[in-house]
Design a protein around this ligand. Structure first.
Ligand SMILES: Nc1nc2c(ncn2[C@@H]2O[C@H](COP(=O)(O)OP(=O)(O)OP(=O)(O)O)[C@@H](O)[C@H]2O)c(=O)[nH]1
Ligand SMILES: C[S@@+](CC[C@H](N)C(=O)[O-])C[C@H]1O[C@@H](n2cnc3c(N)ncnc32)[C@H](O)[C@@H]1O
Ligand code: SF4
Ligand code: SF4
Length: 308
């Protein structure tokens, strides 16, 4: 389905929980407020089933920390049974070593692991947890079981800026396929932490110089640079970026049962909790959820627009 701004809706981003075992100082919590999760596995799969009717074919699982949901493997299996072509997850990697194989068997297609440091010290300064080695083990397991492409997320800020190029080296040595160099967004704790925001311009210019190929991705028109080693470096700069929003192809399902049309907005949402928790038959729920999707598509708009 195409929205009023000509943007196709192709991707469902699901927040599975607000609980997390890390305390990243910039955490945006997907732009959501509130505590724990309310939606059951059945609720989530029903919304995903309806989304599929709107030709949405990819799902991203996120949070909070999605691996803290005990029913994660069953949710992944359910999404694949619904026929989703691309089911992926973004995780802090702490529990990945033991979960990677189970997730692969359940049908998870690929994985993004957040790693914002190349040393134990910086890792702790950013996440509040001394878990650098453990996350590296998780990344190795993801590669071993073939959750490819394995991508690493690195949110650039004043605490880790000096480590960016060593991070590229580390990623090459680990054998991951891609990395995301991400600008800190002023959302959630990111608003308070914005004083530690760092501009990615110079870093991107340097990466472009040493790359052998530049590509522009359909999703958010994100620039990607292929390095001589084959590592892909994607630069994610959403803030005040109308080009990024022009390529936005996603809708979000929040933990408290809202269809959220934008990371930055709490007002442009459709509350579907009453439908999910109501005493309706499954058919009626599907019908009502379908209408909710139609409304969400109608009100969806780029957060940053071109000014003419
Ligand atoms: N502003 C904004 N930021 C986004 C959006 N989607 C993802 N991001 C940011 O992009 C970064 C990477 O997010 P991930 O969940 O790892 O990856 P993804 O965006 O699903 O991309 P792929 O896995 O490569 O398809 C995070 O910092 C997100 O906050 C979006 O629609 N708007
Ligand atoms: C909210 S986290 C949830 C998934 C998981 N807990 C993790 O950290 O990977 C999703 C992604 O957003 C990134 N992120 C969190 N806060 C951010 C911010 N203020 N600006 C940019 N990216 C942010 C995280 O680093 C992570 O890569
Ligand atoms: S960014 Fe992810 S790992 Fe860090 S606190 Fe937020 S949810 Fe937890
Ligand atoms: S409209 Fe822009 S800021 Fe909002 S979710 Fe989409 S890309 Fe992100």
């Amino acid at each position: 389905m195409i929205d009023r701004f000509g943007r196709p809706l192709e991707d469902l981003r699901i927040t599975l929980t607000h609980v997390c075992n890390f305390e990243c100082f910039f955490c945006h919590m997907e732009g959501e407020e509130g505590d724990n999760y309310i939606l059951s596995k059945e609720d989530i799969l029903l919304v995903a089933k309806v989304a599929k009717n709107f030709d949405i074919n990819s799902v991203k699982l996120t949070g909070g920390e999605p691996t803290l949901r005990r029913d994660l493997v069953e949710i992944v299996r359910g999404l694949k049974q619904l026929g989703y072509r691309d089911v992926s997850m973004t995780t802090n990697g702490f529990l990945l070593k033991d979960l990677a194989y189970k997730l692969k068997l359940a049908g998870l297609d690929r994985i993004n692991v957040s790693l914002h440091a190349i040393s134990r010290e910086t890792f702790k300064k950013i996440t509040g947890v001394d878990a650098f080695d453990r996350v590296i083990e998780g990344i190795k397991s993801a590669i071993d079981v073939g959750l490819v492409p394995v991508k690493l997320n690195f949110v650039v800020n004043r605490r880790n800026r000096e480590e960016v190029f060593k991070f590229i080296e580390l990623s090459q040595n680990l054998g991951v396929n891609e990395i995301h160099l991400i600008e800190l967004h002023p959302v959630g704790l990111g608003k308070l932490a914005f004083k530690e925001h760092d501009d990615l311009r110079e870093i991107e210019e340097y990466i472009e110089k040493i790359s052998i190929k530049k590509q522009i991705r359909k999703k958010h028109f994100r620039p990607r640079y292929v390095l001589p080693s084959g590592l892909i470096v994607e630069v994610i700069k959403p803030y005040a970026n109308p080009i990024f929003c022009a390529g936005c192809n996603r809708i979000r399902l929040s933990v408290d049962g809202k269809l959220k049309t934008c990371l930055y907005r709490e007002d442009n949402v459709i509350d579907i909790l009453d439908i999910l928790k109501g005493e309706y038959s499954e058919d009626v729920k599907e019908e009502l959820l379908g209408r909710a999707f139609m409304i969400a598509i109608a009100i969806r708009e780029p957060n940053f627009k071109y000014k003419i």
